[in-house]
Design a protein around this ligand. Structure first.
Ligand SMILES: O=C1O[C@H](COP(=O)(O)O)[C@@H](O)[C@H](O)[C@H]1O
Length: 265
């Protein structure tokens, strides 16, 4: 059993300086949320195509919330438009940037958003799900099991082809919440959250080191209530106050609708 997570001294500085060494997000503002989701899906589909052709497999992490729902609808179309017949999607692996520790099939689970990809041809065994309370004794053990799966079946070198992110109005990404010690986890790619400020309280999340290694990070966010968080996300990296500001990969693309545009007007 691992000890409760508390931030290692210097972890915040390490996360922030690593972030500062990565390119800043490129921001694309679309007139509508549907258009933003289509553009984000096209970028994810291109990253999957690159992974499949260059490495024979592609690893995508999905998100939950409004962005996760929008991508679930738009991505199968983007993959079809990119010319993938269903058999080509046998090399696509689906992970989750965060997941809620609730029973399989619960409406709160983020993995429900993988269903359209399974229908499009991704094999069920390639969908890497967090065990729920009906199958794992607690969220820590469930997270550790999924972390082992990630180490064995995940991308080489821990480099996802694409991680799709949403963003809360408080600036959280995955289940990395402002002011929460789990957000400052280093030295591992996943961490358990036992007291999330947003329900449900128990979750598993990717960590900043996993995000930083990703070949592509794609953020999709909509609505006026995301505008302040978007502004903070484009400021100096601050892992404690604005986790979104440290959510960068080798390349980071933001797709916002007009209402979430943080620029002064
Ligand atoms: O709790 C979560 O929230 C964020 C953002 O959700 P939204 O509904 O405000 O768009 C989401 O990205 C994350 O995966 C989820 O678990």
């Amino acid at each position: 059993m691992t000890e409760p997570t508390s931030a290692r001294p210097g972890a915040r500085h390490d996360i922030e300086s690593r972030t500062a060494g990565l390119p800043a997000p490129m921001v694309d503002i679309a007139p509508t949320r549907e258009e933003a989701a289509e553009r984000a899906s096209a970028a994810i589909a291109a990253a999957i195509a690159e992974g499949l052709s260059a490495r024979g497999a592609a690893h995508l992490a999905l998100t939950g919330g409004s962005g996760g729902r929008a991508i679930a609808h738009a991505l199968p179309t983007a993959l079809a438009e990119a010319g993938f017949p269903p058999q080509d999607l046998r090399g696509l692996h689906i992970w989750f940037g965060d997941e809620r520790f609730v029973p399989a099939g619960d409406a709160e689970r983020n993995d429900l958003f993988a269903a359209p990809l399974a229908e499009a041809g991704v094999p069920e065994e390639n969908i890497h799900r967090l065990a729920g309370p009906e199958a794992a004794a607690d969220v820590r053990l469930a997270t550790e099991a999924l972390e082992r799966d990630l180490a064995v079946a995940g991308p080489v070198g821990g480099r996802f082809d694409a991680i799709h992110l949403g963003m809360g109005p408080d600036g959280h990404v995955c289940s990395l919440f402002p002011g929460h010690p789990v957000a400052l986890t280093t030295g591992r790619d996943m961490a358990a959250v036992e007291d999330s400020p947003k329900p449900p309280p128990q979750r598993a999340t990717l960590t900043f080191p996993a995000l930083h290694r990703s070949r592509l990070v794609v953020l999709l966010a909509f609505g006026q209530d995301k505008r302040d968080a978007a502004r903070a996300g484009l400021g100096s990296p601050d892992a404690a106050l604005a986790p979104i500001s440290c959510a960068r990969g080798e390349r980071t693309l933001w797709f916002l609708d007009d209402a979430a545009d943080p620029r002064d007007r």
